[in-house]
Design a protein around this ligand. Structure first.
Ligand SMILES: [Zn+2]
Ligand SMILES: [Zn+2]
Length: 273
């Protein structure tokens, strides 16, 4: 096999290169992996964490438990990786490799949750998910996946942005800032409240607080690369952005009512003073 070994997601937004041949290819039948990929099992193969480089885009990571994160493409949803936070190993999904045929599965893991209707018959070793308390990587593990049929502890939070006229405001967020309109509520043909969203940022635009119009402050954290591209795009299209500080630098973007979207630059891009 020639290095680097490459792979990526379905849509091509995220690509990676491995500088080492991954090993320990296995199916994990555990309930968490089933939920993570929406299938009866996941196929993973791993190498040292330092041997993967994201060569295009970057995955989003879901903290599926208190001790591990799962990477996926935020655009197309392809499951890409699994890693324990306290491990120097990093697994990629076998199916995301450009040549998965080169990484034959060596064993089954998590077979206590294996689907009873799954008939494999490959004769490979089968292991159960061990005592998680005995594994230093999983000590104190808390499952953070929502469990079927049970309420999930997640506080879904959105900011209300008080505006003078919701329709005017929607037009600004959609045409100038690349948001999409998620829903709106109208009364007598007048739009009173609407939600706009972009990449997980959800804002509720409301005309119900006239005394507070223009007073919202929304703090939006982006990776530096994404922020730089956003700023360039806004400036190219003539949208006014300003620089500010709140302990460290910010990009400030005002909407037509004066509500401000604050985009912090990472604090480590300049020395702390
Ligand atoms: Zn993708
Ligand atoms: Zn698993």
């Amino acid at each position: 096999m020639t290095l680097p070994i490459t792979g990526g997601c379905q849509c091509g937004a995220v690509r990676y290169a491995l500088r080492a041949v991954p090993g320990n290819a296995h199916f994990c039948h555990c309930r968490m992996c089933q939920r993570a990929v929406g299938g009866p099992f996941v196929a993973l193969t791993s190498m040292a964490r330092t041997e993967i480089e994201w060569t295009r885009g970057a995955p989003a990571f879901f903290q599926s438990s208190s001790v591990a994160k799962r990477g996926f493409c935020r655009d197309c949803g392809t499951p890409l990786s699994f890693a324990y936070d306290r491990s120097d190993r990093f697994s990629v999904t076998v199916g995301s490799l450009d040549h998965p045929e080169d990484y034959p599965i060596e064993r089954h893991f998590g077979v206590e949750s294996k689907m009873p209707w799954l008939k494999l018959g490959d004769g490979l070793p089968e292991e159960e998910t061990g005592d998680v308390e005995a594994d230093p990587r999983t000590v104190g593990m808390v499952d953070l996946q929502g469990q079927a049929g049970t309420a999930m502890e997640r506080w879904y939070t959105r900011s209300i942005v008080p505006v003078a006229d919701v329709t005017t405001s929607i037009a600004f967020y959609v045409t100038q800032l690349g948001f999409t309109e998620a829903w709106r509520h109208e009364d007598d043909g007048q739009c009173l409240v609407a939600q706009v969203a972009r990449a997980g940022c959800e804002l509720i635009l409301s005309s119900q607080w006239p005394a507070r119009v223009g007073q919202a402050l929304i703090f939006i954290s982006l990776d530096l690369e994404i922020l730089a591209a956003l700023r360039q795009d806004l400036e190219r299209r003539g949208v006014a952005v300003a620089d500010g500080r709140w302990g460290y630098p910010l990009m400030i973007l005002g909407d037509p009512d004066g509500n401000q979207l604050l985009f912090p630059y990472p604090s480590d891009t300049e020395p702390h003073t």
